[in-house]
Design a binder for this molecule. Structure first.
Ligand SMILES: [Cu+2]
Length: 233
């Protein structure tokens, strides 16, 4: 018994010394030998695309591979309509908001696909409930609805996931959750809100000149074209 207590005391003393050394060495390695948490707060100023007249701001707290908290405040959007919103990112994209220079078919509007060289594909769906992976990118029923053109969105604890097609070397251009999270923390993510009523008739509809979406035949182009964009830096 005596021998045991001596060992315990020795252990406590060693731990105390280790703590002092760790403090003195600065935040290079945590006491458990793992890399320290990487936490950053990102902000975006959201400006209109496609003449939507909408604007907004966003703030995201990203720690390691998780968005601990994100808020999006937008105004001037199509009233009482759902607005898909995502974080876009591509390893081979410019990681900025697109301009009409990318209007490759020269129809005077920038659809979502035309913007991809600038902002990349979807890596996170910023919806209100359930799955937040790119698989949910057009599940319109789970995205915020603007009231009088305004919405205030917030959500906690969104995990980054591996995403194919994000322009990394190797099969399918797959980016790992870590690679994508690292890039977003470095200020390369682009927040995009979709959905605008080009003709101001109060709804997204197929009979408007824009017709159906290039992304899916089940939605009008007005529901999916990008309306607001900002880089999370
Ligand atoms: Cu998007």
């Amino acid at each position: 018994m005596k021998r045991n207590s001596k060992l315990v005391l020795g252990g406590a003393a060693a731990a105390a010394v280790l703590t002092v050394v760790t403090l003195g060495a600065g935040p290079v390695l945590a006491q458990n030998g793992k890399a320290p948490d990487k936490s950053v707060t990102l902000h975006a100023v959201l400006t209109e695309l496609n003449g939507s007249g909408a604007s907004g701001t966003a703030t995201a707290v990203v720690k390691n591979q998780k968005i601990e908290h994100i808020e999006v405040h937008a105004e001037g959007l199509t009233p009482d309509a759902p607005h898909a919103q995502h974080i876009h990112y591509g390893n081979d994209a410019l990681n900025e908001c697109p301009t009409l220079a990318l209007d490759t078919n020269r129809d005077g509007r920038l659809n979502t696909v035309e913007g991809i060289p600038a902002y990349g594909p979807v890596v996170v769906s910023l919806n209100t409930t359930g799955d937040t992976t790119p698989a949910s990118f057009l599940d319109v029923a789970r995205f915020p609805v603007s009231h009088d053109g305004i919405f205030d969105y917030s959500r906690n604890n969104i995990e980054f996931t591996d995403v194919a097609g994000t322009g990394y070397p190797g099969a399918g251009g797959l980016g790992t959750a870590k690679q994508i999270a690292d890039a977003i923390r470095d200020g390369e993510g682009v927040l995009v809100i979709h959905g605008l009523d080009y003709d101001g008739n109060g709804t997204y509809n197929f009979s408007d000149p824009e017709g159906g979406s290039e992304l899916t035949p089940s939605l009008p182009a007005e529901a999916t074209d990008p309306a607001v964009c900002g880089v999370l830096r």
